[in-house]
Write a protein that binds this ligand. Sequence first.
Ligand code: DHB
Length: 300
Amino acid sequence: MDLCGLRLRNPTMLASGVLDETAATMVEVARAGAGAVVTKSVGRSPREGHANPCVVELDVGLLNAMGLPNPGIEYFSEEVKAVKREGVTVIGSVIGGSEDELAEVAALMADAGADAVELNLSCPHAKGLGTEIGSTPENVERVCRASKERIKVPLFAKLTPNTSSISNLAKAAEMGGADAVVAINTLKGMAISPEARMPILANRFGGLSGPAIRPIGVRCVYEIHDAVEIPVIGVGGISTGRDALEYIMAGATAVQVGTAVWTRGPGVFKSICDDISRFMDEYGYSKVDDMVGAAHDTKP
Ligand code: DHB
């Protein structure tokens, strides 16, 4: 299939933040069946991240506040090059505290050989990064434009659901020159231990992912599909082919899987693709494209 000129053997990708800190794990996930991998979010300089505990597994999903730990783009460029040597399609996720910094890291990520760049405009809790710069349409448009000017590969904008109108953010990304939008990132959440009388995460707040956020992600993709012409990449709580099909029929051209890789392992990609193929056989679809946005044609 084709996504903004990228050739993918299937519509699934590894979402940013899981098994994507080294070339070796990204290659492993691609060999297990992912059509592409998105790297850990990387910035200009190394970042340590937040103190422990930084992840807590809840009954409904995963809450994390890693704090965007990363080794910086200079070091990470070598990992990107190593992934490319194995012939894997890799999308470089980048963070920055200003439009100039984001654009610079985007350019270095593209120079390293990334097939596309994904701007993480949506980490729900890191000071001065993520949602703090990605929560107004004006900022989203500005940072997309600045990054787009510096790269030749496709630009993806990963948007936050922690907003009253994600479709306005998507329109702004499109205006700023983004080639696709990715929806959704995690929802800002919190867990408290009554026994300890304190928040569980050292950072207090974190990003909620997993099955609990799927209906929110599907709704966001459905709204965005009505608002923009550029492709939408759906992410949030996908662990089966049926989950992926919800996103596809809401309007997603491709999907990303993160938390389910953590809970089920990299085999989840093959299982999702097999489910989708079986569904297509049963319902008479010959290509995934024919299902994109199909739920917009039929209203209850
Ligand atoms: C982190 C980053 C994210 O983009 C997210 O959605 C959740 C957590 C982090 O590194 O803390």
